[in-house]
Every structure is written in structure tokens, then in C-alpha cells.
Design a protein around this ligand. Structure first.
Ligand code: AGP
Length: 618
């Protein structure tokens, strides 16, 4: 969704901002723009379309200055257009604002400001913020306030009028070298460089410049010049900045030799799994070590129920977690869509532990679910990839995935890292709650083997590439799996629809005969996620049922499974691994299938239509 970048220093602001905007493209957007400040003038370029177009416009007509703000917009109020693109100017052009989030009372503010003589150019909610700040600047003609503090004061007076969420970056014509930024419900991070400061909604945008960062909290306002960084909380006054270090190399977000980020991230999964488990397996006790959880063994024993809340792929991973934890730790688990959990007021009791799962750590529905659980006084934990994200900081403890930045909109490596971390959690809880040493050791050894198993599963790629042509003109597909592989079927279907726009549905295999079987015909392929397991014979019967109705069959199965291979039109063999890690090896060919089908169909794989990487609105 929308992205913000800001720079004040000694380099060309336009170049730094463009580089930052390019690194934010993955979030999904429809228009873009930048404003720079030079010699008491604000210079603006903005347009609907890709950052490449903005770059061309700037090459034709460059803008000067070493201080500026930039934005990628994902339309909410008003369609994508040059006028609705950010930055927006306030007053008579004395203020420039970029904004992420939604201002809920924008209609009332627009009416009030119009009555005060302010003229609106766009349909956005953001423009009211620009005018509001411009109005405060005019009202603040107080000689007692040093010129350098004027913008900060005007912003502090304007913010209480806003209802909704915002990450804001603001320039003022008469405040050289100054950016004021504010956060409420939409992330902002400051980058600390040598005689320069950067600002972004996502650390990926500024990582090549600096790895020293300060994550802002809700309610904080920051004043940035090349040599100073001051933070204040709107109600609590000055805040001492805490500098963190980004723990991944900036080139982790580069495409390298790959054609797409999705391809890169699929291929990275053996390493992702290694990183997710690194230092977390304890062989002598046949358990996992998860320090960040902040749970003593006594507290773990006290838990009677776990609720997972998440969206999309993270929800699918949570479903794998349900099967794993119930199996290894004998603890009841419920998996909720975060958006439902938040509003449906589910009954929870004192012995319920609420977990939220999120790759980005910024998904509005998931963050809302977390806040709701906290509001009701329940202990919360998070499983998150992005270090320092809103969810990571709001939870009472949690587990990081350590998967590095995931850029492709279709989540892949985050899913496998989530599954690995959930397996660690199941092992840890299990060993406290009675899982025998020998079973714990078997689980631990399976996890140790997971990176190698994933590498082997990825070797199906040439076969998948051939199979993809069968899906190229398919209109609809079914994905079936049972037990631990049912969520994998759901995930395979989601991947296919997200990036190739082919309708796909996932079901538990045995559910097929209760309805979906009506869809079977020679044009509708069924993908069986069917590595060998205790219910394999039943799955083979289901496959025969589809075959009898002329439905094409693609099966992901255990290497050497001659019976499955005989029944399937396309057989994708994955290594023979313990059930615990079957979801990991089984998901790899499905991710590759979605990728190659989308490629054949000429789809925009890393930026599929209508989707955003991090969904920060409800
Ligand atoms: C996954 O491919 C999707 N793009 C989407 O479903 C995603 O998983 C969902 O929006 C949740 O995101 P999160 O993990 O960052 O919270």
C-alpha cells in the first residue's frame, strides 16, 4: 500500500527519494510523487503510474534541493490520477504533505477549511491535513516561537483534529532543511546517517543509506534536519531516540540474478528455514528455545487454549500451527481470521493465550485483533518477520521469523518460516506438556533436515514448468489436501489466484464429495497434495473418483509412490520426510506452479493487480 520516503542531508533529494520509492514499489501503488525544498520554494512532481514515469518526468525537468519527501499512493479516496497523487500542498503552496493511512473525519474538516477560504484541488483525505497545517502556521504568527520551531508547533496543533490513522511527512517553504513527521497507526522509521537523516514507512527504502534506524511509536512526532533528530510524544513531551540496527544486509532486498522477487524468495527457502531454526534447537533436552516468548514453563503449563489470529497466507500457516500444536502439545487451538476476531467478540478465558501472525507486522486487521485482545486484558504473543514492526512492538512477546525482507506480493518464504517457527513452538509446548523425549528428538531431527528437504523439493522446478502449460488457459482449479496438508492446499490455491488470476479453491480432500466434485470436468484440474501418510489410501480413492469423472490430476507426492504416479496426469515428487515437515516440502511445488503459470500468462508476478504487500487499511 502507500509508501513514504523522506531525506534531508547533502545529496540530491530527488535522487535519494527516487531510489527509495523504487524500493517501495513492491508494496503495490498506483501513483507517485516527490516534493523538494530549495531556496524558499517547494518543487513538486507527481503523477499517476509507475515510479519509472516519475523518473522520466524528473529527467526532463529536474528539481533541486537536498531536502524532500516522496510517496507511492494506493488509492483510497479518489481514483488514481496526477491530481490525487501525493505530495499535497496546503494553503497557497507553503506546505507539502505525504500521508499513509485514512483520515476518517476528512469530510467535516474539508467543509470547515473550505468555509475558511481554503481551496481543494484533489479528492483525497490527505489534502485536508496540508490545509490544516497551513492554517495553524498562519494562526501561529507568534514572535515568541523561533522560526525553526514553527512547523513543529503547527503540526502539533493540527494533529489532535485528525481522526483515523496516519504516517505523515511534511515540508514547509520557510523551514529550510526541515522535515516534520508524525505517526499514528501507520509505521514510520527514521534512518540516521552522516550529516543526513532519512525517513520511510518501511526500512527497506532506506537500508542502502544506513542500517541505523529509529522506529517511531504511535503518537510520536519527529523533527529532522541533516544534523538533528528530535522526537516528542504528542501528550508526553520529549522522547529519547532509541537507535536500532537493521539485521539484514541491504542487498537482501535486491533482485540479484533472479527474474522476479517471488522466484528469488521461493529459492531462498532452504536458507530461510535454516535461519528460522538457527540457535533454537536444543538437542540435549529434545526441545526448542524461544526466549522472546517471555513464557516460563509454569506459565506454559497454565495455558488451556491458544487462539491464532492472522490474514491470508499467515492464516494458512496458523492452520498448520493448529494441527502441529494439537498433535505435539495436546493443547486446543483455534485459528481466527483477524478481521473477524476483532469484531465478533469471541469468548476467551483467563487461560487463553492469543497469538497473532504476520509477515509484515503492519497488517491493519491483524494489528486490530492484537489491540482488541490487549484491550480485553489477554496476554498476547506475535509471530512476525519484520523487526520493529507495529505488531512486533505491541505484543507482549513473540518469535521473529528471521526470513529477511519479503518483497514479492505473494508470500512464499514467510509461509515456510512461519510453519518452521510454529513447529518449534509445538515442540517447545509439547516438551513442557508431556511429549516424550524420543518424540521431541524426532521432531527436532525433522526440523534439522527441513532445509535440505526443501532444497530437494525445489528441484521439481523443471517438472513444474512443464506442468504449468496445462494450467495456462485453465479457468478454475481445485486444490485438495488433508490433515497437515489441508492448509497447504489452501495456500496453493491462494498463490495461483493471486498472481495468475485463475480461480482456485482449496478444500480438505474428503470434503470434495460434499460439493466441489460437481465442478470436476476435463477443463478443471485438481491438484492433490498427497505425500504419503496414514490416510494415503483414502486419498488415492478420492483421486480415482476425480479420474472417473474425467478431471485432470496433478499430484504432489512422495518420491517413489508408484500408485500415485500411475493415477496422476502430472506427478511432482517431493522427498520422503516425516509428517511434521511435509507441509514445507509440499508447498514448494505449489509456489513454483503458481509462479510458472503466471509467467506463461504474462502476469505482473511481483505486483499483481489490486493487491498490496502490506494491507494497512481495514
Ligand atoms: C499472501 O500471498 C498475501 N499477499 C496476503 O494474503 C498476506 O499473507 C496477508 O495480507 C497477510 O499479510 P501479513 O502476513 O503481512 O500480515
Amino acid at each position: 500500500m502507500c509508501g513514504i520516503v523522506g531525506y534531508t542531508g547533502h545529496e540530491s533529494a530527488a535522487s535519494v527519494l527516487l531510489a527509495g520509492l523504487r524500493r517501495l514499489e513492491y508494496r503495490g501503488y498506483d501513483s507517485t510523487g516527490i516534493a523538494s525544498l530549495h531556496d524558499g520554494r517547494l518543487h513538486l512532481r507527481k503523477l499517476a503510474g509507475r515510479v519509472r514515469r516519475l523518473e522520466e518526468a524528473l529527467a526532463e525537468s529536474p528539481i533541486p534541493g537536498a531536502c524532500g519527501i516522496g510517496h507511492t499512493r494506493w488509492a483510497t479516496h479518489g481514483p488514481p490520477s496526477d491530481i490525487n497523487a501525493h505530495p499535497h500542498l496546503g494553503g497557497e503552496g507553503e506546505v507539502a504533505v505525504v500521508h499513509n493511512g485514512v483520515i476518517e473525519n476528512h469530510d467535516a474538516l474539508r467543509a470547515e477549511l473550505s468555509a475558511d477560504g481554503f481551496t481543494f484541488q484533489s479528492q483525497t483525505d490527505t489534502e485536508v491535513i496540508a490545509h490544516l497545517i497551513a492554517r495553524e502556521l498562519r494562526l501561529l504568527r507568534d514572535p515568541q516561537i523561533p522560526r525553526a520551531d514553527l512547523l513543529l508547533n503547527a503540526v502539533l496543533r493540527a494533529l489532535p483534529r485528525l481522526e483515523g490513522t496516519y504516517g505523515l511527512a511534511i515540508l514547509h517553504r520557510d523551514s529550510p532543511g526541515l522535515i516534520v513527521a508524525a505517526r499514528q497507526g501507520s509505521p514510520l522509521v527514521v534512518g540516521v546517517g552522516e550529516h543526513e537523516h532519512l525517513l520511510a514507512s518501511d526500512a527497506t527504502a532506506i537500508a542502502p543509506h544506513t542500517r541505523q534506524v529509529v522506529f517511531l511509536e504511535d503518537g510520536e512526532v519527529v523533527r529532522l534536519t541533516p544534523d538533528s533528530l528530535q522526537i516528542a510524544h504528542v501528550n508526553r513531551g520529549p522522547v529519547t531516540p532509541r537507535i536500532d540496527r537493521i539485521d539484514w544486509a541491504p542487498d537482501a532486498a535486491e533482485l540479484g540474478p533472479h527474474d522476479h522477487y517471488m522466484q528469488k524468495e521461493i529459492r531462498e527457502q532452504p536458507e530461510t528455514l535454516r535461519n528460522a531454526c538457527r540457535g533454537r534447537l536444543r538437542r540435549d533436552q529434545a526441545t526448542a528455545v524461544l526466549g522472546g516468548l517471555n513464557l516460563t514453563p509454569r506459565q506454559v503449563r497454565h495455558i488451556r487454549r491458544i487462539v491464532f489470529a492472522a490474514c491470508g497466507t499467515s492464516w494458512h500457516a496458523a492452520l498448520v500451527g493448529e494441527y502441529l500444536i494439537e498433535r505435539l502439545a495436546r493443547l486446543p487451538v483455534e485459528v481466527e481470521y483477524a478481521s473477524e476476531f476483532r469484531y465478533r467478540n469471541p469468548p476467551l478465558d483467563d487461560r487463553t493465550l492469543v497469538f497473532v501472525l504476520s509477515q509484515s507486522g503492519e497488517t491493519a486487521d491483524t494489528l486490530g485483533a492484537l489491540h482488541e485482545a490487549k484491550r480485553r486484558g489477554f496476554p498476547t504473543r506475535a509471530i512476525v518477520n519484520t523487526v520493529g514492526s507495529s505488531i512486533a512492538r505491541a505484543a507482549d512477546g513473540g518469535i521473529y521469523l528471521h526470513a529477511g525482507p519479503e518483497i514479492g506480493v505473494a508470500s512464499t518464504k514467510a509461509f515456510s518460516a512461519q510453519v518452521a517457527v510454529l513447529a518449534l513452538l509445538a515442540l517447545y509446548f509439547g516438551r513442557i506438556r508431556g511429549l516424550p523425549f524420543v518424540d521431541g528428538l524426532a521432531a527436532l531431527e525433522a526440523l534439522e533436515f527441513a532445509p535440505e528437504a526443501m532444497a530437494q523439493a525445489l528441484q521439481t522446478e523443471p517438472l513444474v514448468r512443464d506442468a504449468a502449460s496445462r494450467f495456462q488457459s485453465t479457468r478454475s482449479a481445485l486444490f485438495l489436501g488433508r490433515d497437515l496438508l489441508y492448509p497447504v492446499a489452501l495456500e496453493g490455491a491462494l498463490k495461483l489466484k493471486e498472481i495468475s488470476y485463475i480461480h482456485a479453491e482449496g478444500y480438505p480432500t474428503a470434503e470434495m464429495k460434499h460439493g466441489p466434485i460437481a465442478l470436476i470436468d476435463p477443463e478443471t484440474p485438481t491438484v492433490f497434495v498427497a505425500p504419503r501418510g496414514p490416510l494415503h489410501a483414502k486419498t488415492l480413492s478420492n483421486i480415482a473418483e476425480v479420474k472417473a469423472r474425467g478431471g485432470p490430476i496433478l499430484a504432489v507426492g512422495t518420491q517413489g509412490d508408484a500408485e500415485l504416479q500411475r493415477l496422476a496426469d502430472v506427478f511432482l515428487p517431493v522427498p520422503d520426510v516425516p509428517e511434521l515437515i511435509q507441509p514445507l516440502v509440499a508447498v514448494a511445488p505449489l509456489q513454483l506452479l503458481a509462479y510458472h503459470v503466471a509467467r506463461l500468462r504474462g502476469c505482473d508476478i511481483d505486483k499483481p493487480r489490486n493487491l498490496a504487500k502490506s494491507v494497512t487499511v481495514e
